[in-house]
Write a protein that binds this ligand. Sequence first.
Ligand SMILES: *[C@@H]1O[C@H](CO)[C@@H](O)[C@H](O)[C@H]1NC(C)=O
Ligand SMILES: *[C@@H]1O[C@H](CO)[C@@H](O)[C@H](O)[C@H]1NC(C)=O
Ligand SMILES: [Zn+2]
Length: 245
Amino acid sequence: MMGTAIFLTLFACLPVILALNPQCNPGKEGMLNVHLVCHTHDDVGWLKTVDQYYYGAQNDIQRAGVQYILDSVVRALLEDMTKKFIYVESAFFFRWWDEQDEDMQNNVKMLVDEGRLEFINGGWCMNDEGGAHYNAMIDQMTLGLMKINSTFGENSRPTIGWQIDPFGHSREQASLFAQMGMEGLFFGRLDHDDKDTRWANKTLEMIWEGSANLGKLSASTPKSHGDQMCHIKRCMHKDGQTGFI
Ligand SMILES: *[C@@H]1O[C@H](CO)[C@@H](O)[C@H](O)[C@H]1NC(C)=O
Ligand SMILES: *[C@@H]1O[C@H](CO)[C@@H](O)[C@H](O)[C@H]1NC(C)=O
Ligand SMILES: [Zn+2]
């Protein structure tokens, strides 16, 4: 199940409501505007090593080769002005970036400037929330975000937290993201009962104040003091059932 699920998230597009994203199509007022945005979910080491994931080795274990995702996505973006993509894991992105020539790097800079290639989350990886110490969470986010900033400038700063695969979600993560300036957070693996209740009651979107001490500050961005909106995702399995991935 896990293998299938990860495969699906690697290549699937999710319905993503990105009302807070300035690069988004403005949509129509008075209507529910749903944006479909293709994204990555590239585990920085899971069933295979990081190198095997990057180069596409050992595909009998899991069919995944991250370098080809970046090659083909960037080509598709350059060929079609209307296309957009969000990329999540800095560890893989910068490995690929370091292998590109100057022309390609300039093309990618242009795509980032245009908002057609956008970084989401932007940490070195999508960290675990249950077992990881908060120092390590901050460190790995810092590494990725600083590299994005030093390579692409401040306008490329990720504004959406993207935690679609960790097994369970902690309020500290939500609070840290808000303090990092994230304006929204997508996550996927909350408790089954909580998820079913929210599904039934149409409360899969919420404002999450992650820190009792910081209160509103842990739910807002330093820039706007707006609220960090949480979206809990529900995904389609191959058999058409909604469920967890
Ligand atoms: C982002 O990079 C620029 C240019 O290198 C630098 O001046 C700035 O301090 C960086 N911002 C952060 C938050 O590190
Ligand atoms: C929806 O919320 C109400 C309270 O606001 C609660 O009583 C009810 O059980 C919830 N529905 C489900 C399916 O949990
Ligand atoms: Zn994963």
